[in-house]
Ligand binder design. Structure first.
Ligand code: NAD
Ligand code: MG
Length: 388
């Protein structure tokens, strides 16, 4: 990498945000920090802002503004609070912005960054699931560069011949299968939030960890892939690969299959987006194929893991359905993490909400957000009926 790059990180205190800052901290001269944002973790944001010295630090929780400004007193770092302030920070004109807020809370900030026309490293899959068409349209209109951070989509991005999309026959997303890959439905009925967030290969935030355990993560990623790459639904396959060494594959018309491999460490795909189109060093473990010995593959089991089928159906139906799927899942996961519903109830809630809600297709972001709000309301009611 040559010129200094100005950087904003949305969701700086989370798992992806901290991995991004870990890489930046190893080569600080190359980056100029514009803004760091967080939802509620003021202490985390103060600590990161003191270390990385952005021009601006923003906390989503308005009630926490004074704690943020007290924590940064004397540093010269500007502070702000509230959802709108995060959107403004996203539009602060950085060369490179990381979208690592979890959930549809990240939608408006991600859109504002795309409107700025810079480079958006994109981890916040829920925003793309809810509003994929609209987001891709904005990216095309402004000429913004959208670089996928999700390890599977980053792998496909690295292997996909974007100049000859017609030469690609299909893409294959790999899934670890999560911590309950070998459990029966009966065993899954009783799993606790602590068991569900303990992923065998990756260290991640709580919400995505639960999504990996239900396989909804792969369902969301199927929809994400559909928007990011110019292929139909039938050209996106999913294969379970428990070692998480092959991060995804692209098959060409001649039968060649290209894959990207690496240690399961998010700093590798993040580094790819941070240095793109160049490459940068990372401290990540190197792949030792001899030590790994063998790689396994199996078909996903959509009976034990119905979330995957729900996502596929929502994508096929299109319109408002993917936004409803995502909103219902966010409520289902939050209810499970608060021990108010069981693990299997998450997909059951999503299925019921999809059946109960059928609004027209959204034509604007405000309509997407209204569909999201309504689906959350219905999901909360339905989740309330599941006794646990
Ligand atoms: P996380 O929970 O660790 O961090 C989320 C970040 O978003 C935090 O900084 C939090 O303060 C902020 N945030 C939460 N709610 C907010 C709100 N309402 N308004 C503003 N900010 C808010 O999550 P994560 O694991 O880092 O995941 C972030 C995103 O990246 C998710 O969409 C996830 O699906 C995706 N992703 C994560 C990984 C991973 O390895 N963690 C891999 C692929 C994709
Ligand atoms: Mg992924």
């Amino acid at each position: 990498m040559s010129a200094r790059r100005s950087v904003t990180i949305l969701g700086a205190t989370g798992s992806v945000g901290r991995s991004t800052l870990d890489l930046i901290g190893r080569d600080p001269e190359r980056f100029e920090m514009v803004a760091l944002t967080a939802g509620r973790d003021v202490e985390g944001l103060v600590e990161l802002a003191r270390r990385f010295r952005p021009r601006l630090a923003v906390i989503g929780d308005e009630g926490a503004h004074s704690r943020l400004s007290d924590g940064l007193a004397g540093t010269g770092i500007e502070t702000a609070a509230g959802a709108e302030a995060i959107v403004e920070a996203a539009g602060s004109g950085a060369d490179w912005t990381m979208a690592a807020i979890v959930g549809t809370a990240g939608l408006k900030p991600a859109l504002r960054a795309l409107e700025g026309g810079g480079t958006l490293a994109f981890a916040n899959k829920e925003a793309l699931v809810s509003a994929g068409e609209l987001m891709m349209r904005v990216a095309t209109a402004t000429g913004a560069t959208l670089l996928p951070v999700d390890s599977e989509h980053n792998a496909i991005f690295q292997c996909f011949d974007r100049e000859r999309p017609g030469s690609v026959r299909r893409i294959i997303l790999t899934a670890s299968g999560g911590p309950f890959r070998e459990r029966s439905r009966d065993e899954m009925r009783r799993v606790t939030p602590a068991e569900a967030v303990a992923h065998p290969n990756w260290s991640m935030g709580a919400k995505i960890s639960v999504d990996c355990a239900t396989l909804m993560n792969k369902g969301l990623e199927l929809i994400e892939a559909y928007h990011l790459f110019p292929l139909g639904i039938d050209a996106i396959d999913i294969v379970v690969h428990p070692q998480s060494v092959i991060h995804s594959l692209v098959e060409y018309v001649d039968g060649s299959v290209l894959a990207q491999l690496g240690a399961p460490d998010m700093r590798i795909p993040i580094a790819y987006t941070l240095a793109w189109p160049d490459r940068m060093e990372t401290p990540c473990e190197r792949l030792d194929l001899v030590k790994i010995g063998s790689l396994d593959f199996e078909a996903p089991d959509e009976i034990r893991f119905p979330a995957l089928g729900l996502a596929r159906a929502a994508l096929a139906q299109g319109g408002a359905k993917p936004a409803i799927l995502n909103a219902a899942n966010e409520i289902g996961v939050a209810s499970f993490l608060e021990s108010r519903i069981g693990f299997l109830d998450i997909a059951a809630v999503v299925g019921e909400v999809l059946a109960a809600c059928d609004p027209p297709a959204p034509t604007s972001i405000d309509e997407v957000l209204e569909i999201d709000r309504q689906a959350r309301r219905v999901a909360a009611e339905i989740a309330g009926k599941f006794s646990f």
